[in-house]
Write a protein that binds this ligand. Structure first.
Ligand SMILES: Cc1cc2nc3c(=O)[nH]c(=O)nc-3n(C[C@H](O)[C@H](O)[C@H](O)COP(=O)(O)O)c2cc1C
Length: 333
C-alpha cells in the first residue's frame, strides 16, 4: 500500500500482501463466494403473505439504504420457490434474528413444504407475518425492484420498525457467529473504573475474551498452512469423525449453510481428498485422512506449545474455573 509522506500508517502490517487466491468470478463462483463470505453480515428471515399464501426465506443480503424516506433492501434468487410471491406481493417483513435463533435460520433456508407450521408468529400491522423471538421487525411495502442477474433486488419502504432485547446472530465465512467486543476495545465499559475485590477478579473475564481471540487467530495460521479455510476444515473433520454422512447431514452437523457445505465438499473432491460414493455417502480418501490427521497433530502440538511450562496444578485450577463458567452460563440459556 502506498502512503504519502508524513501520513500515518494505519497499522504495522499494512504492507502489500499477495492474495491467497484470485481470479475471475465469472468462471470461478466458489472463489467469488469465498471472497464475499469475508464480509460479515447479520441474518434475517423475510416473510410475506398474499391472499392466504405465505412465504419466508433466510437471507444475509439485507442492508439499509436510506433514512429519508426509510428504505431497506435485500435480494432474492430467481431459483427460490418463493420468488413469485415476493415479486408480486407488494409487501414483506424483515425479521432480524437473535443469536439464539440459529435453528430458525436453518429452518427457513430449507426446502420444507410449510415453513410456518411449527413456527411461532403473528400477523403484523401491515399484513406480513412477524416471527417471535427476533431482535427487530421491519414491516415494509415494496418500493422498487431492480433486476440483478440471477437475483432481484427488492427495496422496501419501512412502515413500522420495532426492536427487542437480545444479541444479533451473525454470519461470516459460511459460519454462524456471535458478536462480542474486539479485545482491543478493553476494558469493557462495565468493568472500567470498578475496584475489584480480589486482584484476579477484575481482570479474569476480559483476559478470557482476549486469550480466546488471540488463540483462535494464531491457530488460524496453522489451518492456512494446511491450505484449508475454516469451512473446508470443519467439513473434513466432520466426514472423518462420521464417515458415510450425506451432504445435508454434513450441513446439519457442521452448522454451515447448504451452499457453503457444497462448496467445501466440491473443493475437497477437486483436491482428491474426498469421494462421493454411488449412494451419495461421503468418504475421505487416504489424502483426505492424512490432511485431517495433520491438522489434528498441529492442534495437539499447538496446545502443548501454548501450555508448556505451566504447572499441572495451575492447569487443573484453570480448567475447573472455565468448566464452572461454562456450566453456569449454559444453565442460564
Ligand atoms: C445464511 C444464508 C443466507 C442466505 N441469503 C440469501 C439471500 O440473500 N437471498 C436468497 O434468495 N437466498 C438466500 N439464502 C438461501 C435461501 O434461504 C433459500 O434458498 C430459500 O429459503 C429457499 O426457499 P424457497 O422455499 O423459497 O425455495 C440464504 C441461505 C442462508 C443459509
Amino acid at each position: 500500500m502506498q502512503t504519502s509522506a508524513g501520513q500515518d500508517r494505519l497499522s504495522v502490517d499494512d504492507t502489500a500482501r499477495s492474495p491467497i487466491e484470485a481470479g475471475d468470478p465469472a468462471t470461478d463462483s466458489r472463489l467469488f463466494r469465498r471472497c464475499l463470505g469475508l464480509y460479515g453480515t447479520g441474518i434475517a428471515i423475510i416473510t410475506t403473505e398474499t391472499k392466504g399464501q405465505r412465504a419466508a426465506v433466510t437471507v444475509n443480503s439485507f442492508a439499509s439504504v436510506s433514512l429519508d424516506p426509510p428504505l431497506v433492501l435485500w435480494s432474492i434468487s430467481h431459483g427460490s420457490r418463493s420468488y413469485p410471491l415476493f415479486k408480486n406481493g407488494g409487501r414483506f417483513a424483515v425479521n432480524i434474528l437473535a443469536s439464539t435463533q440459529m435453528n430458525v435460520s436453518r429452518h427457513f433456508s430449507s426446502k420444507i413444504e410449510d415453513k410456518f407450521a411449527e413456527t411461532a408468529w403473528s400477523a403484523g400491522e401491515h399484513g406480513s407475518p412477524l416471527l417471535d423471538g427476533c431482535l427487530a421487525h421491519f414491516e415494509c411495502e415494496t418500493y422498487s425492484q431492480v433486476e440483478g442477474g440471477d437475483h432481484t433486488i427488492l427495496v422496501g419502504l419501512v412502515r413500522r420498525a420495532s426492536r427487542f432485547e437480545g444479541e444479533p446472530l451473525l454470519f461470516a465465512q459460511g459460519q454462524y457467529c456471535v458478536a462480542y467486543s474486539h479485545p482491543e476495545v478493553s476494558p469493557s465499559p462495565e468493568v472500567g473504573g470498578l475496584k475489584p475485590e480480589t486482584s484476579s477478579e477484575g481482570t479474569i473475564i476480559p483476559q478470557i475474551f482476549e486469550a480466546h481471540h488471540l488463540l483462535s487467530s494464531t491457530f488460524d495460521e496453522h489451518r492456512h498452512a494446511e491450505g484449508l479455510d475454516i469451512s473446508v476444515a470443519r467439513v473434513i473433520a466432520c466426514v472423518y469423525d462420521m464417515p458415510g454422512l450425506k451432504t445435508d447431514q454434513v450441513a446439519r452437523a457442521t452448522y454451515l449453510g447448504q451452499r457453503d457445505t457444497e462448496d467445501a465438499l466440491a473443493t475437497l473432491v477437486e483436491r482428491g481428498m474426498l469421494v462421493n460414493a454411488v449412494d451419495g455417502q461421503l468418504i475421505l480418501t487416504e489424502a483426505g485422512r492424512q490432511r485431517r490427521e495433520a491438522i489434528r497433530k498441529r492442534w495437539q502440538d499447538f496446545q502443548k506449545d501454548q501450555l508448556a511450562g505451566i504447572p499441572e496444578g495451575d492447569l487443573r485450577a484453570t480448567l475447573r474455573t472455565l468448566s464452572k463458567l461454562i456450566t453456569q452460563n449454559r444453565a442460564a440459556k
